[in-house]
Design a protein around this ligand. Structure first.
Ligand code: BTN
Length: 252
């Protein structure tokens, strides 16, 4: 497969024409001790995985990659990387489609004109002392096509007339991710990431529904807590939600 130009020095690219899941492969490589910066990229996946046990339909033409990271941090802070990566994906999309109406949906989806354009899957392993051993960041971006039979409406960059390809996305994302990862890791910390994420957030101060295991809550999207939890303002006060699925409120 044709390769993009050289990626910044942090990365080591492992390319596949076709693979079950780039995240499964990256996790196997992380287990074998492959270093941070190893990026598994594939043209198509036969068993792509999404969040919450869902599949990720992966035809040729879209972008599928998984990156191994090994920041020296407690595993509890690993979720911050989802916000770092969502900002980086948003910037990479804007580099290729400057007019695109890109926004971010909690916890780490990237939207185009309010529909899902990209998703992130974070999987990690910790050591016995609670520190992170590795984290695999799986990234799927709809460039050419998007699934129709999905709960949250999806779209692709092609839907706004952007003609791009996975090589171009890989090049743009490698640059934007490194910028934000280093900013986060080397000083700025989560406060800067949180501010940037909120500046691009979809539906801030708007009514939303949040689906949790076994229940759905309604309220106003009040922002992000200092650790990335969603703040939901309800009639009975402000709630912190650490994991769940956000949908627009049903119109009365
Ligand atoms: C989501 O549900 O929104 C997350 C989707 C993540 C899909 C990507 S595609 C590359 C990597 N390999 C996988 O099997 N999943 C992730």
């Amino acid at each position: 497969m044709s390769l993009p130009g050289p990626l910044p020095p942090f990365y080591r690219l492992v390319s596949h024409e076709r693979i079950a899941s780039t995240s499964d492969e990256a996790k196997a490589l992380a287990q074998q001790g492959e270093p941070a910066g190893t990026m598994v990229w594939a043209r198509t996946q036969t068993a792509g995985r999404g969040r919450q046990g869902r599949g990720w339909v992966s035809p040729v033409g879209n972008f599928y990659a998984s990156l191994i990271l090994r920041p020296a941090l407690p595993v509890a802070t690993a979720a911050q990387l989802g916000f770092v990566a969502a900002i980086a994906v948003a910037e990479a999309c804007l580099a290729l489609a400057p007019e695109a109406a890109i926004s971010l949906k909690w916890p780490n989806d990237v939207l185009l004109t309010g529909r899902k354009l990209a998703g992130l899957l974070l999987e990690s392993q910790s050591r016995s002392d609670g520190a992170l051993d590795w984290l695999v960041l799986g990234i799927g971006i709809n460039l050419a096509t998007y699934p129709v039979e999905v709960e949250y409406p999806a779209t692709a960059l092609a839907a706004i007339g952007t003609d791009t390809d996975a090589e171009a996305m890989l090049g743009a994302l490698a640059v934007s991710f490194l910028v934000w990862y280093e900013r986060w890791r080397d000083g700025a910390g989560f406060a800067t990431i949180r501010k940037e994420w909120l500046a691009r957030a979809q539906g801030l101060n708007q009514p939303i529904r949040v689906r949790l295991p076994g229940e759905t809550r309604e309220g106003v999207f009040g922002g992000l807590d200092t650790d990335g939890a969603l703040l939901l303002d309800t009639g009975t006060g402000r709630q912190r939600i650490a994991a769940g699925e956000v949908f627009p409120a049903i119109a009365a």
